[in-house]
Design a binder for this molecule. Structure first.
Ligand code: NAG
Ligand code: NAG
Ligand code: NAG
Ligand code: NAG
Ligand code: NAG
Length: 536
């Protein structure tokens, strides 16, 4: 077939098939076949990118609805790689000195550098895409091509190829977790007769996921059906990028292997479940008590009530999500919404803990003569706006800054690219403030107690005070700090789990069980239940 006619064939397909591919994705097989069989040598960059865009997008769409059969993935991946490399080779044309083209699509970025016999450079510039770059001695390769004294390199970085050429195709043993740490890249020497490398080729690959220091990194290349290491090595690695050196060209990627975490402990799971359910029950009991009991005027329960509401909903949603993860995960949108909602609920819980700490501090300092202006600031309505608005703002800003940060494997915040700090950051700040306020409260209380006469500070009273103080510490969230130190320690993990699921229980204990008024009301209530008549 004459090049012109074939080019026409491909462009003819532009009219008939391309639209179809954009909407249904069904034509991808045909399109790949046509590209494979095409004998076109040169095509305008615009046409090449149009085809690349359609082929890669169509494959992506096509894949969503197809089953994840490894054999199919591998064969689709191979065909796609071949078609893309062939398409890109069509932008290569003879040049006397040197020429450079590049393109950026959603699915792929590409760079092509061509040198000819009259090239004046002694080294071609580094080819850069967003997530990777390559250093190759193209001048040396061109010199080795005795007849033409020309060479070209095509470098591509595929953003979606890891869905086909999965990291799991590396290292047959499946007792490790494999994570793709870079985009899949490919480097070829199109229209170059002698492709022997004069120097190893070096790739700098930016880590697209968080690097786990306990994992090991492998520079790998794609060999028909699997990722293998032969001929590639890691030159240098930092927490944000890795340099790979390879003695041949092909399709490459950076894969991290981490050991599989030990099988999740079923005893721990059970303990977790029981603790969370007990915690939820006490959140509900506390809320019920707050709703039913009359409080003496001046008692401000608004923060406690809202801690209960936020955390009750957060723990409940979290529990349900984890129980039904296998049903929820396929519905990516739901998963994202849930993780956003969890982020909001837990954060507002923490903001309310802070408000509770401030209210408590004011109460302990006995600042009853605060001005009416300050009283206004502390009104329930205003506090509610703060309590929920702050969390809402954090969530909105997070969505704005990193739109894809929500919806991890377990429908929580993704840990990649530090997005988890949109949660940990505010939590750390609030915990730090709460601890400072808590220490101030304890100091104030201690000095007040010392001033009281011995009669009042009896042993029993002191014990209750001490318990209330410790419980208050849990209510203010101080026990969450343990979460930063559990690293491997089973005991700490259990303590963390118990304390944090029981914030509702401690609220119930301090404000309901240990509260004389409430106790009196419960006593009346039970008396009424037992006697079956109301007593006034
Ligand atoms: C491509 O060529 C092969 C054999 O040369 C043939 O079997 C196949 O049908 C062709 N594909 C298309 C889409 O023309
Ligand atoms: C790649 O790195 C190796 C080792 O540092 C070096 O010998 C080689 O020249 C580099 N290759 C290129 C093309 O710069
Ligand atoms: C897989 O990787 C592990 C750890 O790097 C190694 O011990 C094992 O031999 C590898 N297995 C295969 C089949 O390559
Ligand atoms: C590895 O995976 C295969 C297929 O998924 C499975 O049959 C096999 O039991 C696994 N091996 C180990 C050691 O987990
Ligand atoms: C690549 O795969 C082919 C077929 O599976 C195999 O024959 C060849 O040895 C592999 N190459 C390397 C370097 O392992």
């Amino acid at each position: 077939m004459a090049p012109v006619a074939a080019s026409f064939l491909i462009l003819g397909l532009n009219i008939t098939l391309l639209e179809d591919c954009k909407t249904t994705g069904k034509c991808v097989e045909n399109l790949l076949g046509l590209i494979e069989n095409s004998t076109v040598q040169v095509l305008a960059l615009n046409d090449v990118t149009t085809f690349l865009d359609v082929v890669l997008n169509a494959t992506e769409k096509f894949l969503d609805s197809s089953s994840a059969d490894p054999k199919k993935l591998v064969s689709d991946g191979n065909r796609l790689l071949k078609a893309s490399e062939k398409l890109v080779s069509m932008v290569v044309k003879q040049t006397n000195t040197s020429e450079y083209v590049s393109f950026t699509l959603d699915t792929v970025e590409g760079q092509v550098f061509m040198v000819g016999p009259k090239v004046t450079l002694d080294k071609i510039p580094r080819l850069d895409t967003t997530d990777s770059s390559v250093d190759i001695d193209l001048i040396g390769i061109a010199k080795n091509n005795n007849e033409t004294r020309s060479a070209a390199v095509a470098f591509m970085s595929y953003n979606t190829m890891e869905n086909l050429l999965k990291p799991d195709f590396f290292n047959a043993s499946n007792d490790t977790i494999k994570t793709m740490m870079s985009t899949v890249i490919s480097a070829t020497l199109p229209k170059t007769t002698n492709t022997k490398l004069t120097k190893p080729v070096n790739f700098t690959l930016r880590h697209i996921r968080e690097f786990d220091p306990s994992g090991s990194l492998f520079c790998v290349y794609w060999n028909i059906s699997e990722w293998i290491v032969d001929g590639c090595s890691v030159l240098k690695t930092t927490s944000s990028y890795t340099v790979c050196s390879c003695d041949h060209l092909s399709t490459f990627a950076l894969i991290m292997q981490t050991s599989r975490p030990p099988e999740s402990d079923s005893l721990m799971d059970l303990l977790n479940l029981v603790c969370v359910i007990v915690g939820l029950a006490f959140f509900s009991l506390a809320l019920l008590t707050f709703a039913l009991c009359q409080w003496s005027p001046g008692v401000n329960n608004v923060a406690r009530i809202n801690i209960c509401i936020s955390l009750l909903l957060a723990h409940l949603l979290f529990l349900l999500t984890q129980r039904f993860l296998s049903l929820i995960r396929p519905l990516q949108v739901l998963c994202v919404v849930i993780s956003g909602l969890l982020h909001f609920l837990f954060l507002s819980g923490f903001v309310w803990m802070f408000i509770e700490a401030v209210l408590l501090f004011i109460c302990v300092k006995n600042l009853s003569q605060i001005s009416s202006k300050k009283r206004e600031v502390l009104s329930s309505g205003f506090l509610c706006v703060i309590g929920y608005l702050v969390a809402l703002v954090v969530v909105c800003v997070s969505v704005g800054l990193v739109p894809k940060g929500y919806g991890s494997e377990d429908c929580w915040i993704k840990k990649e690219k530090g997005f988890i700090w949109s949660f940990l950051g505010p939590v750390c700040v609030i915990l730090a403030l709460n601890i400072i306020i808590f220490i101030r409260i304890v100091i104030t209380l201690y000095s007040t107690l010392k001033n009281l006469n011995a009669e009042v500070s009896q042993m029993k009273q002191t014990k209750i005070m001490a318990f209330k103080t410790l419980a208050q510490c849990v209510v203010l969230g101080c026990s969450w700090i343990l979460g930063f130190f559990t690293n491997g320690s089973k005991v700490l993990e259990i303590v963390f789990l118990i304390l944090n699921s029981q914030q509702g229980t401690f609220i119930f204990l301090i404000y309901c069980v240990l509260n004389n008024e409430v106790r009196q009301q419960y006593r009346n209530f039970f008396r009424c239940l037992c006697c079956g008549r109301k007593k006034h």
